[in-house]
Design a protein around this ligand. Sequence first.
Ligand SMILES: Cc1ncc(COP(=O)(O)O)c(C=O)c1O
Length: 399
Amino acid sequence: MLSETEAPVRGLADLPPVQSDSLLQLIALCGADPRPEKIDVGVGVFRDGEGRTPILNVIKEAEAILQQRQETKSYLGSSGDKRFAELLRPVLLGEHAGDPRIAGLQTPGGCGALRLGFELIASANPDARVLVGAPTWPNHPPIIRSVGLQMVEYPYYDRDSGRIRFDAMRTALEDARAGDVVLLHGCCHNPTGADLSDEQWGEIASICATRGLLPFVDIAYQGFGRGLEEDAAGLQAILSACDEVVIAQSCDKNFSVYRDRVGALFLKTASAEATARAMAHVFQRAREMWSMPPDHGAAAVRIVLDDLELKTRWLGELDTMRGRINSLRQRIAAADPRLGFIGSQFGMFSMLPLSREKVLELRDRHAIYMADSGRFNVVGMSDGQVDRFTAAVVDALQG
Ligand SMILES: Cc1ncc(COP(=O)(O)O)c(C=O)c1O
């Protein structure tokens, strides 16, 4: 029996309130706004000229094939669809695709890959610090903290000048401790759209190699920036220079299968043996967290990548998405010199130098919904909304 002095039992009702994810809150706020002219540039999904997020034709076809051919839904195991991960290798790793020191597995989206990668690092080296560029995607810090690793920010982008703070970034990495992890966005930086140049990637790769830092590359938008191959060039420079690399990949955007949760984690170590040992830990962690990833989306992506004709048509659909992103960027940049920087950035996001008050004013007065940080999704708006968006933003930048 409990003695009177024992602490009271705490139940589920004793949980403290949670600060809910600001981007999810924004989606809900926008959804509840009855104004028909509202512009949702908060959520991170691709939209076409009519403001829709369509299912790619090749995915529809692959799903039909899957339905026809699939004979069982029996368990696949912690690695998920092995052929899917194998087919991603040339797309993501390029000339490193055949490197036996690199192994990978299917994960529930890029988020699953990030969590699993950090779980592995926390098991291998709980004292590792994770160096994260500021600003970053708001889901990075909670994922890193959830595995108990310490996070340290390094300067990445100056919102007022619209430029990468490369000198400060380089200095911060040169001062890092051996064993520290450096989180890098492979392409289409979220939230700023400001990507490293090839030369800058080369410098970062060599700092990581010489200082014994572990690069962790998060690549969730391959093909949305300069091109499918070009967007993986930075990651491949890192692979050329470093013995140990962690990669979190997502197909959710470039195959437009967001809710199907399609991604992969890849690891490189100095030897095939060490990689196999690390992968055994990865499978164990995956088993503890989600046992095995959802099959459907990755199976559809696998069917596309495994068929030359479907793959070629996917590349065409990806080109169309990238073309829309880049033409909207040029159109917004041409509207006013203060928006010019948007034309030389990549991917779906850019960040406007607006105070929180101005962002809220845009929401109240113009029904324009963007993140409090000033991050907006370039392709969140339909073609018909672009002029109203740029006029309201230019007005806010002036005021
Ligand atoms: C930078 C970055 N990494 C990873 C992800 C994860 O994507 P998902 O889990 O939807 O595949 C996202 C999604 O928004 C992202 O922006």
